[in-house]
Design a protein around this ligand. Sequence first.
Ligand SMILES: C[S@@+](CC[C@H](N)C(=O)[O-])C[C@H]1O[C@@H](n2cnc3c(N)ncnc32)[C@H](O)[C@@H]1O
Length: 296
Amino acid sequence: MDRKPLRLAILEGERVLTAAGIPSARAEAEMLAAHLLGVERTKLMMFPLVDQSVVDSLERLVQQRATRVPLQHLTGAAALGRVTLAVGPGVFVPRPETEQLLEWGLNRLRGLRNPVVVDLCAGAGGLALALAHERPDAEVLAVDNDPTALSWARDNAERRRLAGDVPVHVLEGDVTDPGLLAERERGVDLLVCNPPYVPEGTPVPPEVGDHDPPAAVFAGRDGLRVLRHVVAHAARLLSPGGGIAVEHDDTHGGSVPALLAARSELTDAEAHNDLAGRPRFATARRDPAGDPTRSG
Ligand SMILES: C[S@@+](CC[C@H](N)C(=O)[O-])C[C@H]1O[C@@H](n2cnc3c(N)ncnc32)[C@H](O)[C@@H]1O
């Protein structure tokens, strides 16, 4: 059968994606080709010639991407830390912006044995599963209130369990409920959260506006509607010395650290940037002064 040069199909994909305004057009065309061939992007040179069916499939995926369907919906996968999650319609796609928060959380757990970790607003389960992957001694709980997100998170948790990671408990819960996880009060060593935080009415790219669930993105006029509850949960749930890391909008670089600093139970409120240097998450810990058995 007539075989075709993959390089030409990728170049054509790059051309179409560039015309559609996609910034990393070449990289994305290669990622789609790698997805179709079931290999890592770095291995594409091992496939100089491909069947016409591969060229046709690549063209179809490129056309879909050109209409701004998220790349991760087309490949069905998104990575956070060292885990790859299944993602698709109805669930928020984990972003590289969250990597620094994950790293902070892992550092925070250093030196603690059998830590209890809670991921609020867990979506597909990225933070919970990435933390569980690194810390097999942890008890990890992932909470979300959206049935579709919960279903993706449960599937991802099961896949990671089968791959040998510690099981993550995926729970239905509403972060606006003041009694959430009441049985865990003062018992959580690390609380991580990437909540919805975009102020209502903020223009967002089509990948977000047309494909991420609105309740996963927007949170009231100031973007803090869910986040305020998260701070209150930290004050209640964290063990003495336990840490919270919460992601926020790049316009919240002052307000979210201030929300944390305003809680008398918390100390060491700090602002952090993401890899692109934008204000992205805030951290604090529960003041250990009241409990001599634990130190921060
Ligand atoms: C920005 S997404 C983040 C998902 C995941 N943490 C990540 O980084 O990929 C926010 C998530 O918060 C969930 N959410 C929104 N409001 C919530 C609430 N009141 N209680 C629990 N989860 C909520 C949404 O369903 C969505 O999955």
